[in-house]
Write a protein that binds this ligand. Structure first.
Ligand code: B3K
Ligand code: ZN
Length: 869
């Protein structure tokens, strides 16, 4: 496999395209035969060579217009046809390939999941099935015929409509599918197997009936309802908010256990990781329920933003992903709590995305250079991509944004588009000049806004001085100024919100930051105000403003903006953490400011004003969240100080949290907003009480009385992180109950991997042989190895290098079996620049060892090369 980089600037239109393709699959775990018949049209009259992508199968034969064809050359990644002298404008190619799905552990292309077959073609998996112009700007009409044993594989599914079926004399049967919408190969899908089926229907707003089919493993029907409800809710919402209606007569979702990511939006036939489909109160937490709904929505929304309008090339990935994430976030905000949704999104951005921008994999939301495309399904392309759309929405407002969407879709329906097509439609529909704004697409890194203020008491003018600066990143040294929407509010010393006025009248609360330094003046301000900066987190930036504790307390109590109130609490906690880390390093006694403790006490006391926000404000940031504020991270220091903060807060809130813990009574489990909020607050109380003298008894009872997974897991997590005496009994009980169910056991594996114990690594190593563990299942790997490396920084970054060595061993194995998962799991190891010299040396040693692997995958190569650079 060549590790050659591709550049965005090198995009060229294809010389040939495929207009129609007929695929014939004869399925067998060891001997699958695929015949593809494509109608090819020449687009460039000069072209003489046709290069088709393909690898990892046995090539059996090729015919051109029905005749055996021999004028080709083959290499490890492609088949090149020499068509010179033939002068063919249109022709048919018939290619036969042989596959072994049972041996395909990469989970790309056609593979076996459990006893069934499924495919994953995005980004470049189709070329593992047959030779193809495997690029998103080649759109073809697909007809797919699947033949397989009828008893083992009663369901044979592909995209579009079922047009014919038949039985064969030898016990096999076949089904033929036709997808009327031309699509790129990455949206092709095939599934075969035996399933339980949940059926429903949806009537679109124009009155068409759509059959909804949800396929789950046998025996899992009692976990399928929520996903079906979520699908119908998403379909309705997209009609109401975006005026977008579903276009086929059938929509299918299949849940599989072996899947590299969350889910895949194949036209009319979504394939899902079962983690994002299956849910019932006994197996899924409130968070799982939320995630199922959000992922179902996300994949459904892709039908318009991704499938009907697709990407011209993979550098444009954020065109569909950033936009679709924005749409799913809006869906969750409209149908649930906007504030909770926003805060949770911001947490991901600040921890994971900011970290990516500060590390060796930094890239703009529209990357310039790619070696392995699968490495670019990142938080930057997805979440920062969504932030860029959100900023556009803030600048344009809902009405003009929707006009822009309409124009974008009208102009690009049925086509492969670029990010520029999108921005240009938004610009033309709204009349807003987006020249400067476009830079968000090409500049990587996290901008920092440095803000200072001054109050002119005599003239009652308040001024904000705002500067922007983006520090150089690994991929890009020179940075320029961006268009940043900064949403603000001002509060007087009594906490009353002030109107924003210029000399001439009211002004918008969204400031357009466009230059390196700008000053904004607000008139008729009669006392020095406290500014609420970056309301709703109006841009994905870091903020540097010297808030005093008093100002933060004022915002925390009075700000109208929920995000600002939550963020004020976070800043107070961060200050405490930083000061105590300092004290600890100086060998001084740690302490927590009584002001913070009293504030937390009064927030909790008034929880009924806003239960959701109270729970979020009182949740102590994770070690990884705290870590992100430091240039050089001290994992063990953060671990200890966080523990100290937790204990101090717990002691101070003890009586009150015990009272509230007992007062909140939710006898029945319901997935309803108010109940979810109360459950979460009660479990926050439990997490603090766990480290007090009440801990063991309370947590034990909580576990025993739990009638749902949210409470069960809250008890286990509290027992585990506080290392309570009841912990091992509870974990064993859970293990016995769920050993048969990998998905539920993932929660247990994750808990084991994040134990605060000294010997956690030995335990994790041992668990790799646990009967419920399976090295080839990405969910298991993420739960055990991923949780250890990402969520247990104290152990992973152990100063003896044992955590790094463990990960390297796993990666050496995974490099062969599943390079995509290997490349996900290596992430914490490539961020070596953020640690002290000793750790850096150890991490580097691990990376160098990996670099020497003989058959190193492109996926790992790309990241290791950058990290060692
Ligand atoms: N589009 C897929 C992700 C494909 C990842 C390929 N490595 C799921 C999604 O974003 O909806
Ligand atoms: Zn997506």
């Amino acid at each position: 496999m060549s590790a050659k980089a591709k550049y965005r600037k090198d995009y060229k239109k294809p010389d040939y395209t495929v207009t129609d393709i007929f695929l014939d699959f004869q399925l067998d775990p060891q001997h699958t035969r695929v015949i593809s018949k494509s109608q090819i049209a020449r687009l460039n009259p000069e072209a003489q060579q046709l290069r088709l992508d393909g690898h990892s199968f046995q090539f059996a034969s090729i015919k051109l217009n029905g005749q055996p064809f021999t004028a080709y050359q083959q290499d490890a990644e492609s088949l090149q046809l020499n068509l010179s002298g033939l002068n063919l404008e249109h022709f048919e190619l018939e290619i036969e390939t042989l596959l072994k799905p049972a041996e395909n552990t990469s989970l790309q292309g056609l593979y076996q999941s459990g006893d069934g077959f499924c495919t994953q073609c995005e980004a470049e998996g189709f070329r593992q099935i047959t030779y193809m112009l495997d690029r998103p700007d080649v759109l073809a009409r697909y007809t797919t015929r699947i033949t397989a044993d009828k008893t083992q594989y009663p369901f044979l599914l592909s995209n579009g409509n079922r047009i014919a079926t038949g039985d064969m004399l030898d016990g096999r049967h076949w089904v033929e599918w036709q997808d009327p919408f031309p699509k790129p190969s990455y949206l092709f899908a095939l599934v075969a197997g035996d399933f339980d089926l949940l059926q429903d229907r949806f009537i679109t707003k124009s009155g068409r009936e759509v059959a909804l089919e949800l396929y789950v493993d046998k025996g899992n029907l009692n976990r399928a309802d929520w996903a079906m409800q979520s699908l119908k809710k998403s379909m309705k919402w997209d009609e109401e908010r975006f005026d977008l209606e579903y276009d086929l007569d059938i929509y299918m979702i299949v849940a599989v256990d072996f899947f590299n990511m969350g889910a895949m939006e194949n036209k009319g036939l979504n394939v899902f990781n079962s983690k994002f489909v299956l849910a019932n109160p006994a197996t899924a937490t409130d968070e799982d329920y939320h995630n199922v709904e959000a992922v179902i929505a996300h994949e459904y929304f892709h039908n318009w933003t991704g499938n009907r309008v697709t990407c011209r090339d993979w550098f444009q990935l954020s065109l569909k992903e950033g936009l679709t994430v924005f749409r799913d976030q809006e869906f969750s905000s409209d149908t649930g709590s906007r504030a909770v949704q926003r805060i949770n999104n911001v947490k991901i951005l600040r921890t994971v995305q900011f970290a990516e921008d500060a590390g060796p994999m930094a890239h703009p939301i529209r990357p310039e250079k790619v070696i392995e495309m699968n490495n670019f399904y990142t938080v930057t392309v997805y979440e920062k991509g969504s932030e860029v759309i959100r900023m556009l929405h803030t600048l344009l407002g809902e009405e003009r944004f929707q006009q822009g969407m309409k124009l974008y879709i009208a102009e690009n329906d049925g086509k492969a588009a670029t990010c520029e097509n999108f921005v240009s439609a938004m610009e033309r529909a709204s009349g807003v000049d987006l020249t400067l704004f476009r830079r968000w697409y090409s500049q990587s890194g996290t901008p920092e806004l440095t803000i200072s203020d001054e109050y002119d008491e005599r003239n009652h003018i308040y001024r904000l001085h705002v500067s922007q600066l983006t520090a150089p990143t690994h991929d890009q040294l020179d940075k320029i100024n961006l268009h940043i929407p900064l949403k603000i509010e001002l509060y007087d010393p009594q906490g009353k919100q002030q109107e924003l006025q210029s000399e001439t009248g009211l002004v918008s609360n969204v400031l357009d930051i466009m230059q390196n330094h700008q000053t904004f003046e607000f008139h008729h301000i009669y006392a020095r105000p406290t500014p609420a900066l970056l309301c709703d987190f109006s841009a994905p930036v870091k903020l540097d403003y010297a808030y005093t504790d008093q100002q933060l307390l004022l915002l925390l109590r009075h700000a109208k903006n929920d995000f600002i109130r939550w963020d004020a609490a976070q800043m107070l906690l961060s200050n405490e953490l930083r000061q105590n880390l300092q004290r600890q390093q100086n060998g001084e006694q740690m302490q927590v400011s009584p002001l913070l403790l009293d504030t937390f006490h009064s927030i909790l006391e008034q929880y009924q004003q806003d239960v959701e926000l109270t729970a979020l404000m009182l949740t102590l940031p994770k070690e990884t969240e705290f870590a992100e504020q430091f240039k050089v991270i001290d994992p063990s220091g953060i671990h200890q100080v966080r523990k100290f903060l937790q204990k101090s807060i717990a002691e101070h809130l003890k009586a009150l949290s015990l009272k509230i813990y007992h007062r909140i009574d939710l006898p029945e489990y319901r997935i309803e907003r108010q109940d979810i909020a109360l459950r979460s607050l009660r479990n926050v109380c439990l997490s603090y009480l766990a480290v007090t003298e009440f801990g063991n008894a309370l947590v034990n009872t909580h576990y025993l009385h739990a009638n749902n997974m949210t409470d069960t897991l809250a008890a286990l997590a509290a027992a585990s992180s506080a290392a309570l005496p009841c912990r091992d009994n509870l974990l064993t009980d859970f293990e016995h109950k769920w050993a048969h169910d990998g998905l539920v056991m993932d929660k247990w594996f994750a808990l084991q991997a994040t134990r605060p114990d000294e010997d956690v690594l030995q335990q994790v190593t041992k668990l790799m042989d646990h009967p419920s563990f399976n090295f080839n299942n990405p969910n298991r790997l993420r739960a055990l190895v991923g949780s250890f490396a990402n969520q247990n920084p104290n152990a992973f970054h152990a100063i003896d290098g044992s955590g790094y060595r463990f990960l390297v061993e796993v990666l050496i194995k995974l490099n062969r079996s599943n390079p995509q998962i290997a490349s996900r799991l290596i992430e914490p190891l490539i961020r070596l620049g953020r640690y002290d010299a000793q750790r850096q040396t150890l991490m580097k040693r691990g990376l160098e060892r990996l670099a020497k692997i003989e058959d190193l995958s492109k996926d790992l190569f790309e990241k290791i090369e950058k990290a060692l650079d």
